[in-house]
Ligand binder design. Structure first.
Ligand SMILES: C[S@@+](CC[C@H](N)C(=O)[O-])C[C@H]1O[C@@H](n2cnc3c(N)ncnc32)[C@H](O)[C@@H]1O
Length: 288
């Protein structure tokens, strides 16, 4: 067997190495079986937090899905993230040098807009031979599509996943192609302006927003009904291809309307399990 830390393939049965584990957007039921197995098998589970005494969102999910697993916090200060990322990488490297299998849990998927990739890049610089893997997680937009009954893509339609931290101009050309679905991350603060932009480009119909999905304070509703003020940082928009909402309404002809966010009669989940607020006080720091 080769020397040094390694995690081999996705079965992660060999000791040592760093694994970024996606824990989904909020509902602990959305952790995959692989994620649960890898978390339980880890020597150390690290979770991002805004302060050493604050339960971050990823930690809260893991606490509910994997009770009893000890979780260590990595503090990421708001503002300039670079020093926190470097400190987190240094902590991880020390654990790797001790031969530990280290799991870093992160919201959604670890390969999409995740602090994990920044931390992993520095770990690789410090220890070029370090074995680094990821376990995929369900992304916020997938949960939003499911909860709102939104068909995101069909046939040859395309998807643009964009961020809108700086406002509705970030939507740019993404709305130009009517066959392109657009998912917007990090735009909660600009929700009213984005709603106006969608209306002026004829893309408001069918657009939905999910705020704090699976977390205390969750809202799932049409963007048209959410224009009164900004949403939290943890808000996601889906703008389906133009005309989709109309088609769906035709297809549903005669069926009673279901409010976005309302659970269907086919509800497969146990409400008390899927309400993540149960028993865990979450520090409501943006994003962590
Ligand atoms: C730093 S990115 C993390 C993305 C994450 N890695 C993923 O795969 O979904 C943060 C953005 O993800 C989206 N997001 C993550 N969790 C969410 C949730 N529970 N509810 C709504 N949006 C969420 C929001 O758009 C938020 O601004």
């Amino acid at each position: 067997m080769p020397e040094g830390p390694q995690v081999s393939d996705q079965t992660t049965t060999v000791r040592g190495g760093l694994i970024g584990v996606g824990v989904g957007p909020g509902d602990p039921e959305l952790l995959t079986m692989r994620a649960v197995r890898v978390i339980r098998a880890a020597d150390r589970v690290l979770a991002p937090s805004s302060a050493i005494d604050a339960v971050g969102r990823a930690e809260s999910i893991v606490r509910q899905a994997c009770p009893g697993v000890p979780i260590e916090r990595l503090v990421f200060a708001m503002g300039d993230a670079a020093p926190s990322i470097e400190a987190a990488a240094a902590t991880i490297v020390a654990h790797l040098d001790a031969g530990d299998r280290v799991v870093f849990v992160t919201l959604g998927d670890p390969n999409v807009y995740s602090t994990f990739s920044s931390v992993a890049a520095i770990v690789t610089e410090l220890r070029p031979g370090a074995a680094i893997e990821t376990v995929p997680g369900i992304m916020a937009f997938q949960e939003l599509a499911s909860r709102s009954g939104t068909v995101v893509l069909q046939n040859t339609e395309r998807l643009a996943l964009i961020t809108a931290l700086d406002g509705p101009d970030s939507l740019g050309d993404a709305l130009d192609d009517p066959t392109q679905a657009v998912v917007v991350y990090k735009g909660g603060r600009h929700l009213p302006e984005m709603a106006k932009r969608l209306a002026s480009t004829g893309r408001l119909d069918g657009a939905v927003v999910g705020e704090l999905l699976g977390l205390p304070g969750e809202r799932v509703l049409p963007v048209a009904a959410a224009v009164e003020g900004p949403a939290a940082y943890l808000a996601t928009l889906i703008v389906p291809p133009a005309g989709r909402a109309l088609e769906l309404r035709k297809a549903e002809n005669g069926l009673p309307d279901r409010q976005a966010g309302e659970r269907s009669e086919l509800d497969l989940s146990e409400p008390e399990i899927s309400r993540p607020s149960a028993g865990v006080a979450v520090q409501r720091t943006e994003g962590l």
